[in-house]
Design a protein around this ligand. Structure first.
Ligand code: UDX
Length: 454
């Protein structure tokens, strides 16, 4: 990446969530003045004062470093005045039907003035055909806007890196000035650029997410068969991943995918296909496997503990994945609800998602260290593979617990170390390890494990 010190085209960014804020900070780092717009006054005020609305590694630093090029407002005027390209990064959450809710996108379209000199650049994930219908609206309203689809592929937790080092940049346009202008903005990143039509660009995004989700549900089903047959899915994924055509990424079996994108986009693609008259059978299975995968933990707990009524269960990790405080569609939400429905008492710890958890989870005691969550537990479930859990002293965990069962939902801990610590260890798609040295009902321990304090 070349350093963006030369003066570059100013842009507007509408929506300051994960995608919008990272896009804004990223283009500011490449040298553009960026005019950010959000209807949330509190968020804009916070950003002006240097407060981040989200927890994302490296983002606060990037925003602070390029603060002089970042401008925050609640109205569109400064963006329209200073920029030709207006990136749209507003939410497109799922509706109850599973379709994408495009009301925020439509609000942006309706707010645009008549202009031949501006373009909307769609970053939000939208159904195929959205660009076409927005262009129709612009034409009906005689607004003259150009339109570009430029989907975003960043992952939470590595969003800044993903923006600055993308695998590819996809630009769908009508061959007018705006596509060229967007490509020029990305030029310093030296990434492969896919120039295509608008509908194909929209489909690249949905198909990419659906394919990755399919890969995860596939390896999760392989894991479930491994459990029946005695094979080890970690070994199987290693052997599969070395095939260039398969690749090693997104082959980590676990307790299901979550987050703001996969569940929403898989369901939106399924609905889109259905609305167009095609029954997308594979995606039905991908969704169902993912839902069932989250619940398999319960059966593993019951296998060892019998009824869960009155049992103390500790959840380690609540975010949908490490390095984010995002809990949207997190497996922890389903798990904590199911455990409580089964009569268990749940204590949970997450290094950063505690505030989010307070908003989203009821009836769960939130601990401020892993040790606090684990102390006196009949079973510990590792839900999110936060790095600090790698260094848990498993002997101290075993000491602090009332029982011996650890269910590792992410195949993250070392089975041999668990065995040596006297724990009963259940992973996903790996042979279980039974407690070697301790009785399952050893008395509640004294001191907590050493890792996990903040
Ligand atoms: C995803 C896409 O990767 C990204 O390109 C898109 O822009 C947004 O959606 P994100 O939701 O941030 O990004 O997270 P990702 O790292 O892809 O993980 C999604 C979920 O899949 C997590 O719950 C994760 O735990 C799970 N996962 C991932 C697995 O269960 N196994 C894997 O091998 C990989």
């Amino acid at each position: 990446m070349r350093d963006g010190t030369a003066t570059r085209e100013p842009i507007g960014v509408i929506g300051t969530g994960y995608v919008g804020l990272v896009t804004a900070a990223g283009f500011a780092a490449l040298g553009s003045d960026v005019f950010c717009v959000d209807i949330d006054e509190g968020k804009i005020q916070g950003l002006r004062e240097g407060r981040m609305p989200i927890w994302e590694p490296g983002l606060a630093e990037l925003v602070a470093e390029h603060r002089d090029r970042l401008h925050f407002a609640t109205d569109l005027a400064p963006a329209l005045e200073h920029a030709r390209l207006l990136f749209v990064a507003v939410g497109t959450p799922p509706t109850y039907s599973g379709d994408a809710d495009l009301s925020a996108v439509h609000a942006v379209v309706d707010a645009m003035p008549a202009s031949d000199a501006h373009a909307l650049v769609m970053k939000s994930t939208v159904p195929v055909g959205t660009g076409e219908s927005i262009k129709r609206v612009f034409a009906q309203q005689s607004k003259g806007f150009a339109y570009v689809s430029c989907p975003e592929f960043l992952k939470e937790g590595s969003a800044v890196k993903d923006f600055l080092e993308p695998d590819r940049v996809v630009i769908g346009d009508d061959g007018d000035w705006a596509g060229e202008a967007v490509e020029a903005l990305y030029a310093p990143l030296d990434a492969p650029v896919v120039r295509t039509d608008i509908k194909s660009a929209e489909m690249v995004k949905l198909a990419s997410n659906a394919f990755l989700a399919t890969k995860i549900s596939f390896i999760n089903e392989i894991a479930n068969v491994c459990e029946e047959t005695g094979a080890d899915v970690v070994e199987v994924a290693r052997g599969m991943g070395l095939d260039d055509r398969i690749g090693p990424k997104f082959l980590q079996a676990g307790i299901g995918y979550g987050g703001s994108c996969f569940p929403k986009d898989v369901s939106a693609l399924k609905q889109l296909a259905g609305n167009s008259g095609y029954h997308f059978q594979l995606l039905n299975a991908v969704i169902e496997v993912n839902e069932l995968q989250k619940r398999r933990v319960i059966a593993k707990l019951q296998k060892h503990l019998g009824s869960l009524v009155g049992k103390e269960i500790a959840l380690l990790g609540l975010a949908f994945k490490p390095n984010t405080d995002d809990m949207r569609e997190a497996s922890s939400l389903v798990l904590s609800a199911r455990l409580q429905a089964a009569g268990a008492h749940v204590r949970a710890y997450d290094p950063v998602a505690e505030d989010e958890a307070r908003k989203l989870i009821r009836g769960v005691d939130l601990a401020s260290t892993a040790g606090e969550a684990i102390a006196g537990a009949d079973a510990v479930v590792l839900v999110t593979e936060w790095p600090e859990f790698k260094t848990l002293d498993l002997a101290a965990v075993a000491e602090a617990m009332r029982g011996t069962l650890v269910v590792d939902g992410r195949n993250f801990l070392d089975p041999a170390a668990a065995r040596a610590a006297g724990l009963t260890y259940e992973a996903v798609g790996r042979p279980a390890v039974n407690a070697a040295r301790r009785s399952p009902w050893a008395s509640a321990g004294a001191t907590g494990p050493t890792a996990g304090s903040r």
